[in-house]
Write a protein that binds this ligand. Structure first.
Ligand code: SF4
Length: 295
């Protein structure tokens, strides 16, 4: 059985119809053009995995920059549109992170880094998630989940960490850890602002990085574990009976993160028109597969 991923469940909570289009039909809008913030965020995650695998800042910096060199495409010689995320800029943002939070000053200990978790919840649902990091805060000896959020929007950046601490993804991870017998206390969020509209140096500034944590009560985390299971029941029911018809559409998500949803055109059309609409391709996101290997 394919497990329910906490990030996908988060998409369902944002808009069930988005979940159907993205994860049941497996669609994405075509024509992404040059790599953007999603790709930059993905490379940043890989670089940070390397960074947190090393015990010191010089080693971590070298490891992270090597990852960026390997993962990030070379800048086009004759770009058709302005390149916002040049290789040099991606490296500068990573270096800015490393400078802001040297490993030697960490107030936490990393227990798990880019860790895949999978478990069976009490109601029988298989769930999974790729957690950025599990950490113990040094002064409190408590387990936290650490997550890094990358954004180009200063409005989104201003909502870190509170805007993400209560996300279904974070609540799902906490509920999953609780169900596994651990005793998580909260979330620790890194925010990275990619100021791509700047024209004058410094292009990367210390204020582009925020880090904070939010602590929750055990009542809250227990409630989220129950809430997560309830959402899974609804997803299971809709998937069994309703795959070919639209699921509930939540208009508050149509401009989430200040960008139009990629399925806007399909949602504006009739179901029949949407079914035959060009401009979308099947490209499933399968976090339960790590690399080439099923886990
Ligand atoms: S356009 Fe709006 S209603 Fe349609 S899938 Fe996206 S978020 Fe949901």
């Amino acid at each position: 059985m394919i497990p329910h991923d906490a990030s996908k469940v988060s998409d369902f909570r944002r808009c069930p119809e988005y979940y159907r289009q993205r994860h049941v039909l497996g669609l994405v809008a075509e024509g992404g053009g040059l790599p953007g913030i999603l790709e930059a965020g993905g490379t940043m995650h890989s670089a940070l995995e390397a960074w947190f695998n090393e015990p010191t800042s010089p080693l971590g910096l070298a490891a992270g920059l090597k990852v960026i060199t390997e993962e990030w495409p070379e800048d086009p010689l004759f770009p058709k549109e302005p390149v916002l995320f040049t290789t040099g800029y991606v490296k500068m943002v990573f270096e800015g992170y490393a400078e802001k939070w040297p490993r030697e000053k960490d107030d936490f200990q990393v227990l798990g880094n880019e860790e895949y978790m999978q478990m069976t919840l009490p109601a029988g649902n298989e769930v999974c998630g790729l957690v950025d990091r599990r950490i113990i805060r040094g002064d409190e000896d408590d387990l936290f989940i650490m997550d890094t959020k990358n954004t180009q929007s200063n409005q989104v950046f201003a909502r870190i960490p509170d805007g993400f601490a209560l996300s279904t993804q974070m609540r799902g991870y906490l509920g999953m850890l609780k169900a596994s017998g651990a005793n998580p206390r909260g979330v620790y969020i890194d925010g990275v602002y990619w100021g791509t509209r700047r024209v004058r140096p410094p292009l990367v500034r210390p204020g582009d990085f925020v880090r904070d944590y939010v602590r929750f009560s055990q009542d809250q985390i227990d409630g989220w574990a129950r809430d997560f299971e309830y959402t899974l029941r609804v997803i299971n029911d809709l998937t069994k009976s309703h795959v070919d018809r639209r699921w509930p559409q939540y208009d508050t998500a149509c401009y989430a993160f200040n960008k139009p949803c990629q399925f806007m055109e399909r949602c504006k059309a009739s179901e029949q028109e949407a079914a035959n609409m060009a401009g979308y391709t099947e490209d499933r996101w399968e976090p339960h597969k790590c690399g080439d290997k099923d886990v």
